[in-house]
Design a protein around this ligand. Sequence first.
Ligand code: PMP
Length: 396
Amino acid sequence: MLTNRQLFLKNLAQTSPTPIGLEIEKAEGIYLFSAEGKKYIDLISGISVSNTGHRHPKVINAIKDQLDHYLHLMVYGEYVQSPQVKLAARLAELLPETLSSTYFVNSGSEAVEGAMKLAKRYNGRSEVIAFHNAYHGGTHGSLSIMGDDVLKKPFYPLLPGIKHISINRTEDLAEITEKTACVFIEPIQGEAGVIAASKEYLLALRKRCSETGTLLIFDEIQSGFGRTGNLFAFQGLGIIPDILLMAKGMGGGLPIGAFVSSNEIMSCLSHDPILGHITTFGGNPVCCAGALANLEVILDENLAQTAISKADIFREKLGNLSGVTDFRSAGLLIALEVGSFERVTAIIDYCLQEGLILDWFLFNNCSVRIAPPLTITTEQIEQACEIIASAIKSLN
Ligand code: PMP
């Protein structure tokens, strides 16, 4: 009989020749437990998803409660489903008034797709601007605005009319004109290795978009739900995007995403044509119920605020170690730069052996990714840092 690992390799479509291949039986809080009984500290949260930890009891209870009412009833947008309504209303309470209409989807890529269609439909333009080193997803539209050629070129032709500019280069803003439908930006570029747009730059970008009638779209799929010190990063910047994208940390481990805008902009999707964007499963009631509980946990446990002080502990313990060339952090989205991809993978392998899960970044080959559940405690951070520090020392 084949083992699960053998069946995984045989029957699941593979995305790399070297998958991590861990087999996890149970997850709780910041820990994963393997089939062989080994305990791992999850320092990447399933790539910025498990912000409230794995299986937060309040999220689990909300899911169980919804299971007793209904699962899928109808495609998105037709029935009044209370988990969707409650979640959208709560988001509207927490966001500025111009972000009070939410369209639920199933993933980050779908949020990107929906937002791009919305912008084109709203201002009737077709040109889209995005950034070098940006990651926005794996579907054709989101791939078209990706700022890296390696993952993109084999799939040409992609969408026409896409331009890329460089983050924090004010002179590039002249590329945004009356022809530009929208600009997609990650206020903190995740896969580029935690590269933040400066506040001044974002203010200038906001101004240029307003002057040209271009919709400014913030992709907060990785930076959202408390990870970078605010519920959403834009809330600490003094500017408001026209469309906000969310997913990943939204569902407490369930698949859900959304694009959020004003009622005026969003209303475009309901006429000329009607059903301007359709999804069968977007806003699945179980996912919405879990997502609402997850959101309340982030607020009740002050997870956004404490992300900053927790990141400071990582900085203090790791930032000055010999062999660490840079430490970039936006709250608990951290890039530990160690000089080369060989060193990155050596550190990841060492830590995995020691029961600690780290990862690398898609577009930055000399940094280690640290993005723990926001529920991680000071003691757990100290314990994790000891393992990472010994991994780094083993290379010196
Ligand atoms: N945007 C950003 C900034 C992301 O980090 C990701 C996922 N890594 C996506 C979009 C795509 O999300 P998904 O994988 O859920 O489609």
